[in-house]
Design a protein around this ligand. Structure first.
Ligand code: IMP
Length: 181
């Protein structure tokens, strides 16, 4: 079973659902009268983005872009934009949707690239925040959950491309972390 190699569930399906609903309602209030552009970061934010956009009661546009910085557990420290945003965001109200912010390096790079397009506003919405791991200060307006420094999978987050389909968020267990999986 998919759960066998995982540690405890850190965030249940229900608590994630509640939080996504809450964030969606907040964005709907904050952007009332506007037509925000949501930019999700592939592949990790795929599931969060799909759920979040359906909780926002506003006309909106949704796009995905892709950056790559991780190899297994370790951040490589360099960020490649492997799929750029193919849309104009100039003078638009943009919300960048991330699965998790760890060092902040990926987010800082993405923000710089989006800011160059001169949006009217640019905010960040991240489901998970590993605040204690931050190396670069990044502004996050909407945060789902602050979590400890543990490698987590599920709800879009992967370990070597596995576990994205898990409906909740779990910590990887020690056996997997030691490479015995
Ligand atoms: P940062 O650049 O260190 O902030 O890393 C951000 C990216 O690394 C996220 O978008 C994820 O794709 C990945 N990442 C960071 N921590 C985890 C984790 O615990 N599990 C899965 N992916 C992670």
């Amino acid at each position: 079973m998919i759960e066998d190699s995982l540690g405890k569930a850190l965030l249940s399906t229900e608590s994630i659902r509640r939080k996504v609903r809450e964030i969606g309602a907040k964005i709907s209030r904050d952007y009332a009268g506007k037509e925000p552009v949501l930019v999700g970061v592939l592949n990790g934010a795929l599931v969060f983005m799909a759920d979040l956009m359906r909780e926002i009661d506003l006309p909106l546009e949704a796009y995905m872009m892709a950056a790559s910085s991780y190899d297994g557990y370790e951040s490589t420290g360099t960020v490649d934009i492997v799929k750029p945003l193919n849309a104009s965001i100039t003078a638009r109200d943009v919300i960048l949707v991330e699965d998790i912010v760890d060092t902040g390096i990926t987010l800082a790079c993405l923000l710089e690239s989006l800011q160059a397009e001169k949006p009217a506003s640019l905010e960040v919405c991240a489901l998970l925040d590993k605040k204690s791991c931050r190396q670069v200060e990044v502004p996050i307006k909407y945060i789902g959950f602050e979590i400890p420094d543990e490698f987590v999978v599920g709800y879009g987050l992967d370990y070597n491309q596995q576990y994205r389909n898990l409906p909740y968020v779990a910590s990887m267990n020690a056996a997997v972390a030691n490479g015995t999986r």
